[in-house]
Design a protein around this ligand. Structure first.
Ligand SMILES: [Zn+2]
Length: 156
């Protein structure tokens, strides 16, 4: 858990630097091509504004991916270099405070999830599987002829 004590922020900003175990972040990944089991390294500065906290800095981790084209496993670095998170302390959107502490973990998790690759590729121009290795095609190709049939009917 990555949390900050508001009392420590009264006088000056706080620098947070360290590692967060992937287990603590509990990425709920539905994509079987990506696994996030490496720790997340954080280097953050937390400032107290009038009625909010401002967290800025960098987050990075390594993902174990599988290429969607050639199925080769590879590691991909995920870096959020200019991460910024604004956490209101008042109002409807205000952040939860427990014993003067604010847990940053859910915000880190949420923003890292947004940055995960949608379709991991071992290299941008990966040629994919060689012929003969190709996976069975799904329903898409089968649907095409019937679409053409419909168009032909419209012409008549
Ligand atoms: Zn590949």
């Amino acid at each position: 858990m990555l949390s900050i004590n508001l009392r420590h922020l009264e006088l000056h900003e706080i620098r947070l630097k360290g590692e967060l175990a992937a287990a603590g972040l509990d990425f709920d990944l539905h994509d079987e091509m990506i696994r996030a089991e490496w720790p997340v390294c954080y280097d953050l500065t937390v400032e107290k504004l009038d009625d909010a906290l401002l967290v800025t800095g960098s987050l990075q981790t390594v993902l174990d991916c599988q290429c969607v084209r050639c199925l080769k496993p590879f590691e991909q670095r995920l870096l959020l270099e200019d991460w910024a998170c604004h956490l209101p302390l008042t109002g409807e959107e205000k952040v939860a405070v427990n014993n003067d502490c604010v847990d940053l973990t859910p915000f880190v998790r949420e923003d890292m999830l947004l940055e995960l690759p949608q379709h991991p590729l071992c290299k941008p121009d990966c040629g994919g599987l060689k012929k003969g290795q190709a996976l069975k095609t799904g329903g898409k190709d089968v649907a095409t002829p019937s679409a053409w049939t419909k168009l032909d009917k419209l012409k008549l």
